[in-house]
Design a protein around this ligand. Sequence first.
Ligand SMILES: [Zn+2]
Length: 455
Amino acid sequence: MQANTLITGATLITMDAQRRVIRDGALAFAGDAIVAVGKAADLAGIEAGKVIDGGGFLLTPGFVNAHVHITETLIRGFVPGDLPFDDILGKWVIPLYKGHSPAEQAVAAKLAIAAMLRTGTTSFIEAGTIIAFDEVMAAIAGTGIRARAGRWTEDRAWDPAADAQALTRDAFAALERDLAAYPQDGRRIAAWPILIGHMTATDALWQRTADLARRTGTRISAHLSPVGGDAAWYLAQTGKRPVAHFADLGVLGPHLNLVHMVHVDAAEADLVARSGTHVTHCPDAALRSGYGVTRHGLFPEMAAAGVNIALGTDGADNHDMMRVLSLMASLFRDAREDRSLFPAHRALEMATLNGAKVMGLEGTVGALAPGMKADFVAHDIRRPEWVPLTNPVEQLVASADGRGVHSVWVDGVRVVANHRCTLIDEGALQAEGQAMAEAILARSGLPLVSEWPII
Ligand SMILES: [Zn+2]
């Protein structure tokens, strides 16, 4: 057998069908695909153009970040942490964000992607809040990461004088245009018909977008019920909670990923389970934003009912999926005082295989096995937090974090080497990002809020 690269002598968490964890293992890939995974001795006969000594590394599949706003990075640190949810969005995040130029959006996206790649994320689903879509898609493509992304899409006519039908028609036309311009067809980067969600899309847009997703094999991702406001709005408008209303519209199903889903009731959880709708949970964002996830979240019940639950980082602050993994393996144990809930291996499945399922890429990414894409991470186990190495899955989730990610491959291309992105000029990007962020804040007229003086 021939391969481009053979990494030998490494420890592997494969996430394959048997969930093998291999000591003194090896992985070989050719082109963009893994061709062999096993004990180093069994792969010794492979002829490889390049052989890497894996002795200091633990290999895992790349993480799937199933919900991230890549173009919000430049407002990092600006937004006060103690305001009500509606004020944060309405008075800070959205005005700041909509004040970006296309070049600023592209730089924000690259910063987020650099942070993701360097902490082991190889695939992500954007949250559907990109405004300068073509510029950002070009920026994504240049980084080497795998992505499904969508533009800012909503059509609710909040102004009674607005032409409601035109809003729906224009929103849907933009989705159709994007899907035609960036089709999936097995590509690394593609557009999805992503909706902002909450109560911002009309029933007509929901139904037309669901048809579009089913017809094109793409997926809708949409925010729903991080706090109680969405449920209150739908109850007042339709007499039903939002998931029940979506069931009536016929828009639930495996083509839909609902993000947050903290304030859902048992009947909504049941509808999600029965319809095969995916759910993405962002524990870091939920805790920081005070959603009440430990008090209200039905994630243990949804998981028990068979709902495919993936993980995401959400907003501008943290892009390290390993921090999210650690939280996932902690918060419901505490909330329910039940140590059996979401152990390390379940959290790791959520960040790999379950995320791949949301992306429609099960059998393609999320595991180290022959035929899968060569999307994987080499964690440096010569760091103190990895010593002694006895139980790699537990230690990956409980002891390590993204700082230990040494190298990352996507489609067989080494996109991170020795803790640095190889396709991004990180120095130039950081200088540009700092200057742009200061200009955005100055233009906004908003104050820089800090409890303590910044002099
Ligand atoms: Zn979000």
